[in-house]
Design a protein around this ligand. Structure first.
Ligand SMILES: [Zn+2]
Length: 342
């Protein structure tokens, strides 16, 4: 498949209201046991249908089978006690009560492999699967076992690599690691964050991506963004080392953010998933707005490396808003494709 400007989302999409409370993060499931298992599969197919109908080229599961992009993966690991909770500061931004690492961490069983195989069965399009990155995982836990963030990150990288290899074998074309923590802990990112990310990607034959954003459109994040000033230059601190890394695609936030577009130049040679949809706003972009973001990005990324995408996940949005944004993304990419003669 050689579509120019292939569209995709950063990952999550809203869940149906019969599966979980809409427009909420960490929303509890409304079904149980066997009914829940079937409901998640139904929701995955609906989410896939929404993406296909909108004309999205690289599709995903809309994260319909997980309650949260980090927690659900960790719930399936050994060594983490979800009853024993401590309050920590997430990404230096807000306090949250989180589970405790009490013993050696290990993967008890495949976490998303069956879901990915199910998605693979239902589409011929390229599929992308998101996993949390090692640094973002440790940032969501209290560690009472390893006594070192770096050490725990290496352990998680090994576990993620096991899961990623099985996802690739199940037919996933692109495995994406979500690392919003990369936008906060710059020294650690450069010291060991990117190294642990590469460990998670080791030996993978499919393509790999890293998603680095400014977070979902929740209040803690929008309040934080207000403190960042008129130019967001966080990416400048990590792009040089990401460019030198083995990652194939970098997914980032652009539209409606204060990220200077020319920072993308620092990734020259990489494929860049350019966020052209603002997930923190309920206003649906026009195709022209999307096209405008893509045109500006084209000054700094070669057309064959430009992947139009969303700024972040759309889980907290209303269904109709998310569907509108998917359609705008596809239509905006189509405009620019026409201009490129593709
Ligand atoms: Zn994100």
């Amino acid at each position: 498949m050689n579509t120019l400007l292939p569209t995709s989302t950063a990952g999550s999409l809203p869940k149906p209201s019969w599966l979980a409370e809409p427009e909420t993060l960490w929303s509890p499931w409304k079904l149980r046991d066997e009914e829940l298992a079937r409901g998640k599969q139904d929701a995955l197919r609906l989410s896939l249908a929404d993406q296909t109908h909108a004309g999205i080229d690289i599709v995903g599961d809309g994260e319909q089978t997980r309650q949260h992009f980090v927690t659900t993966f960790i719930e399936n690991l050994e060594g983490v006690d979800f009853e024993k909770r401590e309050t920590v500061r997430i990404r230096d931004r807000y306090d949250a009560s989180v589970p405790t690492v009490v013993g050696d961490v290990a993967r008890k069983r495949p976490v998303f492999v069956e879901d990915a195989a199910y998605l693979r069965q239902h589409t011929d399009r390229r599929i992308k699967w998101a996993l949390p990155g090692p640094m973002t995982m440790i940032d969501t836990l209290y560690d009472a076992r390893y006594g070192s963030r770096e050490k725990l990150a290496w352990e998680f990288a090994t576990i993620l690599n096991q899961e990623a290899k099985e996802l690739a074998a199940a037919g996933v074309d692109i495995i994406q690691f979500d690392e919003p923590a990369f936008n906060v802990f710059f020294d650690d990112v450069n010291d060991w964050g990117i190294a642990t990310l590469e460990r998670a990607m080791e030996g993978l034959e499919c393509e790999t991506a890293v998603h680095v954003c400014y977070g979902y459109g929740i209040k803690a994040n929008t309040d934080w963004k207000k403190t960042l000033g008129s130019e967001w230059r966080q990416y400048e601190r990590i792009f040089p080392k990401l460019r030198a890394s083995r990652v194939d695609l970098v997914s980032l936030e652009c539209h409606n953010s204060h990220v200077p577009m020319d920072l993308i130049e620092l990734l020259r040679g990489k494929k860049v998933m350019v966020g052209s949809i603002d997930v923190a706003s309920t206003t649906v972009e026009t195709p022209d707005e999307v096209a405008d973001t893509l045109r500006r990005a084209l000054q700094f990324v070669d057309a064959e490396n430009l992947y139009p995408s969303t700024n972040c996940g759309m889980a907290p949005l209303a269904q109709d808003v998310a569907r509108g944004k998917l359609a705008a993304l596809a239509a905006g990419a189509e405009i620019v494709r026409g201009e490129l003669g593709g």
